[in-house]
Design a binder for this molecule. Sequence first.
Ligand SMILES: Cc1cc2nc3c(=O)[nH]c(=O)nc-3n(C[C@H](O)[C@H](O)[C@H](O)COP(=O)(O)OP(=O)(O)OC[C@H]3O[C@@H](n4cnc5c(N)ncnc54)[C@H](O)[C@@H]3O)c2cc1C
Length: 560
Amino acid sequence: MRPADWLQLFGTALERGDIAAAADLFEPGGYWRDLVAFTWNIKTCEGRGEVKAMLAATLAAVRPRNFVPKSDEWFSFETAAGRGVGHLRLRGRHCRTLLTTLQELKGFEETRDPGNGRPSEATQPYVVIVGGGQGGMALAARLKRLGVPALVVEKHARAGDSWRKRYASLCLHDPVWYDHMPYLPFPDHWPVFSPKDRMGDWLEMYAKVMELDYWTSTPCVSASFDREKELWEVKVMRNGEPVTLRPRHLVLATGMSGFPSIPRIPGADGFEGRIVHSSAHDGGAAWKDKQCVVVGSSTSAHDICEDLHRQGAAQVTMIQRAPTIVVRSGTLMDLAWGPLYSEQAVARGITTATADLTVASIPFRLLPEFQIPVYAAIRDRDADLYAGLDKAGFLYDFGADGSGIHSLYLRRGAGYYIETGASQMIIEGRIKLRSRVSVERLNRKSATLSDGTELPADLVVCATGYGSMNQWAAELISQEVADRVGKVWGLGSDTKQDPGPWVGELRNMWKPTQQPNLWFHGGNLMQSRHYSLYLALQLKARMEGIPARAYHVEPVHHLS
Ligand SMILES: Cc1cc2nc3c(=O)[nH]c(=O)nc-3n(C[C@H](O)[C@H](O)[C@H](O)COP(=O)(O)OP(=O)(O)OC[C@H]3O[C@@H](n4cnc5c(N)ncnc54)[C@H](O)[C@@H]3O)c2cc1C
């Protein structure tokens, strides 16, 4: 069937309220991913049964219509509340995957300021965003354009410090085409992999020119929700002075790489060297001629080992406990990102928005099917790298099912390294490696490993990753609220650190949670850019009193 014909049948079935007919247009196991347009939620329905249940709950209020094909795969549509864009994959007569996304609310479209752009009078913010990294900024920029009063509170002294304060050698691992902020893309000459301070400066500029209401040196110290008034009481310290804010909605944009997981290593108290989490390690210059042990084998561990070695450390040893996905940066660009995010993609007319929506069109359940062949090709192409890693004793894999970095990122947000030099150093023995072991104990001047060997150590860096974002809710609000909300991130893939059951969307991100009026925002630059739109539309709809009842707020299966 031609997509346009399918769309016509689908649109007509929906308009006459024929849920069974609409569901029958899907394959029995077909997918419908909806970003806010039908569900006021971020939800993937898997199979006809789930499609029917969703439509039964939403169709009468959503009143979809006007499905218009734009190309073989893309279409536009309307709902009672707004206008949307969708994507369709057919197999024969049936839909294999459908994506529907809300793009704007009727009557509240983003427009150019008709006046002189003078800021309007300050009001109590409708939304307080805790955390002014790229996530908080992207959301604040969208809310600004939608006329939703939003205040970002950031504990650091300058916007962009969340990048500046990371280890000195850090460059973005994703290419520039993937990293644009909403509304204001990087200029054409921008390097493919931005150094972190340049990124920090860009964000500082962004906060300014987007006229974000952004308070620096303002840590949020606590927040509590008054269920009756439906208001938060948010306590912040602005330049050392206490201020209480009373927004209706609270967004935690405190970073999924913000709450360090620090292992308890017996003997750490008596260790005479320095022990530090990777997030607090600022660079290798001070460690010239010193003995350095880096615990962990993902991105930060690799970057820090490389930097310590380049800065002249006497010996740098990586301690690897479990396999890590390693892929060469250039290969990832060519085979994974290139088709959507690259100079060539831009030349083919693929805009950032099209690329983002194309990524969004693949239901997470199907992602491995799309990714496994890519990783098979990567393994072939870089056979020399993997042979070298084998020889060095480095444990690598391509994820539990061979579906690589993108899947792993969604499942646990960690566990990989995009090779820009450190793997080669491991292969050549310039970075020492101890794999299949962990640090069992620290002594005064050394570390004892689980196989009994002892390594001299002046510095131990724990590049051991970060905890679930609901730990921020525990810290700022209460353990009760953190537990009500449950684990943040992960799909329920039943792989390491992502226990089942399958939930099909990232837990708690950018969508309603079990705690009324509490939201989580963040992710990498691409996700912050893309999903900030849907979170902003959900908040705007609430502010304007547009009925926006979420369909199926996910029950909580795991506390952290
Ligand atoms: C080593 C490393 C490399 C990375 N490389 C990339 C990459 O190449 N590309 C990419 O897209 N992503 C990368 N990431 C992921 C990166 O963390 C995120 O992209 C990005 O930092 C997330 O932005 P964010 O705004 O969600 O969180 P953050 O940048 O962590 O910002 C959170 C902000 O919240 C503030 N905050 C926290 N608590 C409070 C409080 N109580 N009160 C006020 N403010 C508070 C913090 O100061 C911080 O500024 C990397 C992460 C790490 C650790």
